[in-house]
Unconditional design. Sequence first.
Length: 124
Amino acid sequence: MSNFSVGFRQHDSVHILDLHGELDAHTAPELEAALQQCLRNGNYQILINGRDLDYISSAGLGVFMAYIEEIREKGGDLKIAELKPSVYNVFDLLGFPLLFDILPSEAEALERFARGERPTLPAT
């Protein structure tokens, strides 16, 4: 059985979700519930800290894709920070850096939120 948990913190108006363990098809509903809770509470500035995320599967990546449009439609954004190289490689392989701000540090992500910066999306 995979081990996974989501911790909650807040920095100003940014809600930080700390991911721990392995995010896969069995544990993805935990992240989904955490994001739903943020949205229900009107929290649309969300930072995912992946410092302690050891593994992510396509099911885990799908959770990010399922919520980004709604978050941005409500004027917010979802940024990702502090991924381990092996986890970042999965995001990178699937083109996530084109759609999401994926930053090396939480501090950089918080600064981008403070400046209201979003990733520049490719033209369609």
